[in-house]
Design a protein around this ligand. Structure first.
Ligand SMILES: Cc1cc2nc3c(=O)[nH]c(=O)nc-3n(C[C@H](O)[C@H](O)[C@H](O)COP(=O)(O)OP(=O)(O)OC[C@H]3O[C@@H](n4cnc5c(N)ncnc54)[C@H](O)[C@@H]3O)c2cc1C
Length: 443
């Protein structure tokens, strides 16, 4: 089958740009064979590769990535590896206790796996830190979301701590927040540093990673054969780890929603600006209202910077224009000015957007979709943790290694069928826009 669309990543991700330039890419320019082929070098593809190499140390594994590792969504997200339920379609992230408990268990398995990779590959605190996370509330309504979510966490038996406005100011330097709900289980990553470090750690004489090598055709003739512009890989087993681009390979048609979210990163702050801002050098807050604004403050490679993320749009073409990035950038600037009036005049160095893949019923697109072809796609907006977990268990499936977690994932319903095209995306955009307008000060 011909791959109908290749990934297009709008704008340069600041996370990737502030890092030293990577070594030259190794491009697939040969015909080769492998025991396992992994397509896609995000969280799912890298975790699948790691797991396969642990289960079968002698196996020859090839990973093909369309772009450079760190350029795609895996290197352009906000870097919250969240353990707890994080349902973007809810008012306060929570759902039914039993399902949320199972989801938390699965997310934690992903975080543990990521932590073990960070440790094994010596990635350091800047790339991966077990910091916990805070849902920040800027309004009474946001605070009520925090209280509701805290109640939900109590029902789940999960520890949490409510921070008041003074504690939030001490952490962030900003007077903007009314409260914060701290939960200890999340990890925070520098996403591009993390995925580039994992890819570097994985490479060996058995594991080969080719970048700038998009799969343009995938066909089965006994074994699977993946064609790239300059080469070909033949393998009996293939893991498809391309998130929403599963559709471009012909799978899960009309079952996946393609959503973009957007971020801007400031220029490096001067010493005087850092002093004026105050607060801690490294922190991150997700919004108490899922439609609100995420903020991160970083200090390290690339200097002291703030990163703002907000807005969601549904784009079935899986592409957005430069004009859209510029327009959404104005929402980022408003959110930045409201939170950090002491940094008036600090501009943004980078603005970008990136793809999420959601399903109507919040489940992944997984399992053996054809003989020897396994899908580890559709992370429902939380790919750092869920993608890692899904990559790991899909590798188990492909390698014939049965685990309890794999059984739980395989027992999930498939992604529900979506209404016909325009109904879905017009409806999704209307619902998201309405949610953003209702988010008020949380935006
Ligand atoms: C601004 C922003 C903020 C976000 N914040 C968070 C957050 O804080 N926490 C969180 O968990 N998630 C967050 N996300 C979502 C997260 O980035 C995704 O869920 C995650 O990257 C999905 O992981 P994945 O491995 O499934 O897919 P991806 O990371 O999308 O990786 C798939 C890879 O497949 C490659 N590919 C596609 N087609 C082909 C082909 N034909 N041939 C070869 N390769 C191909 C792509 O180039 C891509 O690199 C955010 C996203 C954005 C854009």
């Amino acid at each position: 089958m011909k791959v109908t669309r290749l990934p297009v990543d709008p704008g340069l991700s600041g996370w990737n740009e502030i890092l030293p330039a990577p070594e030259a890419a190794e491009v697939l320019e040969e015909r080769t064979t492998a025991d396992f082929l992994v397509i896609g070098g995000g969280y799912a593809g890298l975790a699948a590769t790691r797991r396969l190499s642990q289960l079968h140390p002698d196996a020859r594994i090839v990973l093909l990535e369309a772009k450079r590792i760190g350029e795609g969504p895996a290197g352009r997200n906000s870097g919250f590896m969240i353990d707890l339920p994080h349902d973007l379609a809810s008012d306060d992230y929570g759902g039914a206790v039993e399902a949320d408990t199972a989801q938390t268990r699965a997310n934690r398995a992903g975080i543990e796996f990521a932590a073990a990779m960070a440790e094994a590959f010596g990635l350091g605190e800047e790339a991966f830190a077990r910091s916990g996370k805070i849902n920040a509330a800027a309004s009474d309504k946001g605070h009520r979301h925090n209280l509701d979510y805290a109640k939900h966490l109590t029902a789940m038996g999960e520890s949490h701590e409510m921070l008041d406005a003074a504690q939030m100011r001490e952490l962030t330097g900003s007077e903007y927040y009314r409260s914060g709900l701290f939960t200890p289980g999340a990890a925070m990553i520098q996403p591009a540093l993390f995925v580039r470090g994992v890819a570097r750690g994985l490479r060996s004489n058995r594991v080969r990673i080719f970048e700038n090598s998009p799969v343009t055709e995938l066909k089965r003739n006994g074994a699977w054969s993946a064609v790239t512009p300059k080469g070909r890989v033949v393998a009996p087993k293939v893991i498809l780890a391309v998130n929403g681009h599963a559709n471009s390979f012909g799978y899960f048609k009309r079952q996946l929603l393609h959503v973009f979210t957007y971020a801007s990163m400031t220029r490096a702050l001067t010493g005087e600006e850092v002093r004026k801002l105050g607060g801690s050098p490294r922190w991150g807050v997700t919004p108490a209202d899922p439609m609100g604004t995420t903020v991160r403050r970083i200090s390290g490679t690339g200097g002291d910077r703030l990163i703002i993320r907000n807005r969601f749009t549904c784009d079935p073409s899986m592409e957005v224009s430069a004009a859209r990035i510029a327009r959404v950038g104005r929402d980022h600037d408003r959110a930045f000015a409201a939170r950090f009036p002491m940094l008036k005049g600090v501009g943004m160095d980078y603005r970008w957007g990136g793809r999420l893949c959601l399903s109507w019923n919040g489940v992944p697109a997984t399992g053996e979709v054809e003989t020897g072809l396994y899908s580890a796609c559709c992370q429902n907006g939380l790919g750092t943790a869920k993608g890692t977990m899904l990559g790991m268990v899909t590798a188990d499936l492909a390698a014939g290694h049965r685990t309890e977690l794999l059984a739980e994932v395989l027992a999930l319903d498939p992604p529900k069928r979506l209404p016909p095209g325009p109904v879905t995306y017009l409806g999704a955009n209307a619902v998201m826009r309405w949610g953003e307008m209702k988010a008020g000060r949380e935006m």
